[in-house]
Design a protein around this ligand. Structure first.
Ligand code: ASP
Length: 424
């Protein structure tokens, strides 16, 4: 019998989750649904799945980055791949921003919209200034960074650690290398085990979400939601595939299908950092990308490369600006301010953590910079979960595509895993 592919199991899980969630949502009144035993079961199972994923992320990122760096062999090669990765990451984020700009200016979802700004602002964390965000990238205490799931801090430490490890010599180097490689292997095996649970975990996540919100939360803001969806769709289905095809001459959709368990997990968890174990596993075993490239490029991508988030920042801030101009006709955005929105959108997407709602929380920085009231974020908070799910999947797709491109240019793709048609 042909084995059913993991992504089909996950899609089945999502459908069952959505169906169960809809049933529960219609069976109980909104104010008590979260106290019901069935909701608690959805919640329990989804938290177990999320915790399992989160539990391995920090050690996995640490060992994976160092083992990737060791795999590169020399600092010169590492530097070359590092620079190439970074440039590609910035390029795709800018392409995503341009897509967002074009669509938000043509659909103009905020023009003529009659919605009251919620007076009550949802209590939420307000990030510091731009420089605070940059300075905080260097962790003052690496153990605390790990404990607080500050992935960026852990990466900074791992990069330094790996760099200096490369400079070791003799016995010491050998011992450290075999330790790191062994530890990384253990982490990947743990990942394989957790992935097997993904369909159930994802079913529970979707069931939980749908039971409490229902499927029709976004009617008021439908054009805004449509704009974000379409822009994300263009980026995922046209821009990224085109880039992959132009550089590698490989079939991008075939690649995205192989990566789909990671995209679907990203969609369900709204966390690209949390999904990283699955992204790494798929890149290697699903698409044949060498471990040394994937284990270096993907963790970086999960923290600094967020095309979906960059695009979402631009669309949302301009949507708010359109809305605000309807209320206060004297409000306009100068060319300089629009450039600033683009620049800050990119910066926020680099600085935002790969966790749920990070993009929305960070948007406050841009709103403040161009003098728009923060209160508007409360308005889009209601629909953020679904948008977050979609932008996270796009974030992961972009990390994966760039990893394939870098691996291709370095001759680091195992053709027999996905690309060898004669073997299929
Ligand atoms: N949830 C997104 C991610 O993990 C970040 C965001 O909120 O935009 O990739």
């Amino acid at each position: 019998m042909k084995r059913i592919k993991l992504h089909w199991w996950i899609i089945l899980g999502m459908s069952i989750g959505a169906a169960l969630g809809t049933l529960v949502h219609s069976a109980y009144p909104a104010d008590i649904v979260e106290t019901t035993a069935i909701y608690q079961a959805f919640k329990g199972i989804s938290v177990i799945f999320l915790n399992l994923l989160k539990m391995i992320v920090i050690p996995l990122v640490f060992f994976s980055l160092i083992s990737g760096m060791l795999g590169m062999g020399t600092l010169a090669r590492l530097g070359r791949i590092g620079v190439r990765t970074f440039l590609l990451y910035i390029t795709t984020s800018l392409l995503a921003i341009i897509t967002g700009l074009v669509l938000v200016n043509s659909i103009r979802p905020g023009v003529g919209l009659d919605v009251a700004i919620p007076v009550e602002v949802v209590a939420r964390e307000v990030p510091g200034s731009f420089w605070d965000v940059i300075a905080n990238m260097i962790p003052e205490n690496v153990v605390r960074a790990a404990a607080e799931f500050d992935l960026f801090g852990v990466i900074v430490f791992a990069l330094l650690f790996g760099g200096f490890m490369l400079a070791l010599e003799g016995e010491k180097k050998k011992t450290m290398v075999s330790f790191v490689e062994g530890a990384f292997d253990v982490m990947m095996r743990m990942t394989g085990f957790i992935i097997a649970l993904a369909p159930v975990g994802i079913a529970a996540l979707i069931a939980r979400l749908v039971s409490s919100t229902g499927l029709n939360v976004f009617l008021d803001l439908k054009w805004y939601v449509v704009t974000v969806f379409s822009a994300l769709g263009v980026h995922l289905l046209i821009t990224l595939p085109l880039l992959v095809f132009l550089v590698t001459r490989r079939n991008p959709y075939r690649f995205l299908r192989a990566m789909s368990p990671a995209l679907l997990t990203g969609f369900s968890t709204a966390s690209s950092s949390g999904t990283l174990p699955i992204t790494l596993e798929r890149a290697e075993h699903g698409a044949g990308i060498s471990n040394r490239v994937a284990s270096f490029v993907l963790p970086l991508g999960a923290t600094i490369n967020m095309d979906g988030t960059a695009l979402y920042e631009i669309v949302s801030v301009l949507f708010i600006a359109q809305l605000h101009a309807g209320i206060d006709p004297s409000f306009t955005l100068s060319f300089g301010q629009q450039l600033m929105i683009v620049f800050l959108g990119l910066a926020v997407s680099i600085g935002a953590a790969g966790i749920p709602h990070a993009g929305l929380v960070m948007m406050v920085i841009i709103l403040q910079a161009v003098g728009l009231p923060m209160e508007y974020t409360a308005l889009i908070w209601a629909v953020d979960r679904v948008l977050d799910m979609c932008r996270t999947a796009v974030n992961i797709a972009s990390d994966s595509c760039i990893t394939l491109i870098v691996a291709h240019t370095e001759g680091q793709v195992d053709e027999s895993v996905l690309w060898d048609r004669s073997a299929a």
